[in-house]
Ligand binder design. Structure first.
Ligand SMILES: *[C@@H]1O[C@H](CO)[C@@H](O)[C@H](O)[C@H]1NC(C)=O
Length: 399
């Protein structure tokens, strides 16, 4: 096994030589975080993965919509009257499709100005540079009773805006005196309690690669109570907690553990209330999860786990050494995802059984998926990195 480590090191050094330490995306490297810690990541056994993949590469049949009109639309939602989609984009705004064009709907940053934040910009990097000022809405959900939109903004915490939109009102920016540094996703129960994630206390979204590589375990699962206006910590020491989605009957919600690649279940009702158990093991790094009308869960998996990721998960010293080299985060990332962006979405039953897998293993049409929102038999697929939304006609395709 030591030789495997040497091979990995050689490959990384070769990548370094080839790319001459350029950093076109300006994603930084671990050199920007002297004294960082690397943590072991407990990955599930390869044998426990869902056995079959999508040989038909059905995701390639998705239709690419709004190309160039939406930059990095991570989360997709429809309001209680069925209008939309709404989505959060790279310049910090939440936009709404009004049937003819994308229009401004809301934003969470009080410092948002068209001058600094507005687009279009030359490259996605330009957005990344300013997003701690402009905001980045990663998780959006409507309260079906009131029509209010709840926003998990990576930099501005949990906030809420009325059905008319505009600047959102902050609800929570810290818990137990510790500020959120990477608010990521949310869902609401029937009483209006909000369950949400802070992916890390130490790393912001613009440093998400550093968060992934370090295996940082400062993520928290949180609850905001609208009656008391208090935020409590439900679960802590999580490695990149991300998507959150309630079960149809409201007895539990699932949340994605990004680094460990699994879905966990937090029980809200019954004997197990307040406890967490394993819901499903995922073959890669999940982003958001959404529940459909039947109570099934769609999980968007950003990418499959590569042999490299598996190799380094436990070799903390080797990982720390590789990370401490002046290698741009981008190249660690390419190793982590196995060389190319691709797409994988999985549907789970309310009990956690795999019901369907859709893939585009080469990323020919769809890449780096962030969320799957099912509406009227269609899958609306967002991506935090892509300039489009993919729409897959699932009802038609599955007969
Ligand atoms: C939040 O993250 C940034 C880096 O992404 C870091 O510099 C900062 O110290 C973090 N905040 C806290 C309180 O640790």
């Amino acid at each position: 096994m030591a030789s495997a480590g040497v091979v990995a090191a050689a490959v990384v050094v070769a990548a370094l030589a080839a790319f001459c330490a350029t950093d076109p995306l300006r994603l930084g490297s671990m050199v920007d975080f002297p004294g960082f810690e690397a943590h072991p990541v407990e990955l599930p056994d390869a044998a426990e993965m869902p056995p079959h993949a999508d040989a038909g590469e059905r995701l390639r049949g998705a239709e690419i919509r709004f190309r160039g009109e939406v930059q990095g639309p991570e989360s997709v939602a429809f309001d209680p009257r069925g209008r939309g989609p709404y989505t959060g984009v790279a310049d910090g705004r939440v936009l709404v499709w009004d049937g003819a064009r994308w229009a401004y709907f809301a934003h969470a940053s009080p410092a948002w100005t068209a001058d600094r934040c507005g687009g279009p910009k030359a490259s996605p990097t330009e957005y990344l540079r300013d997003e701690h000022v402009c905001g980045r809405a990663l998780g959006i959900r409507f309260d079906k009773r009131t029509g209010d939109l709840y926003i998990a903004d990576a930099y501005f915490g949990l906030s809420k805006v009325g059905p008319e939109g505009g600047l959102a009102t902050p609800l929570a920016t810290e818990a137990e005196g510790v500020r959120f540094n990477f608010t990521n996703d949310l869902d609401l129960d029937a009483d209006g309690n909000v369950y949400f994630t802070d992916s890390s206390v130490l790393y912001q979204r613009r440093h998400f690669m550093q968060l992934v590589f370090s295996g940082d375990a400062s993520g928290r699962l949180l609850k905001y109570n609208p009656q008391t206006k208090e935020t409590t910590v439900l679960h802590r020491n999580l490695q990149f907690p991300n998507g959150v989605s309630l079960s149809k009957d409201g007895s539990f919600f699932v949340f994605c553990e990004g680094s460990r690649g699994r879905l966990s279940r937090y029980w809200l009702k019954g004997e197990k209330a307040g406890t967490v158990d394993l819901f499903a093991i995922l073959p890669g790094f999940p982003d958001n999860v959404r529940t459909n009308d039947k109570g099934e869960f769609w999980v968007a998996i950003h990418c499959r786990r590569s042999a490299y990721a598996r190799l380094l998960s436990h070799r903390v010293q080797l990982r720390k050494f590789l990370l401490s080299l002046p290698i741009p985060a981008k190249y660690h990332y390419l190793m982590q995802i196995g060389g190319n962006l691709h797409a994988l979405i999985i549907k789970y039953s309310p009990e956690g059984e795999v019901l369907d897998i859709l893939e585009d293993t080469k990323g020919q049409v769809v890449r780096a998926v962030s969320e799957v929102e099912e509406k009227d038999g269609k899958l609306w697929i967002g991506s935090v990195l892509m300039p489009f939304i993919a729409v897959f006609d699932y009802a038609k395709e599955s007969g």
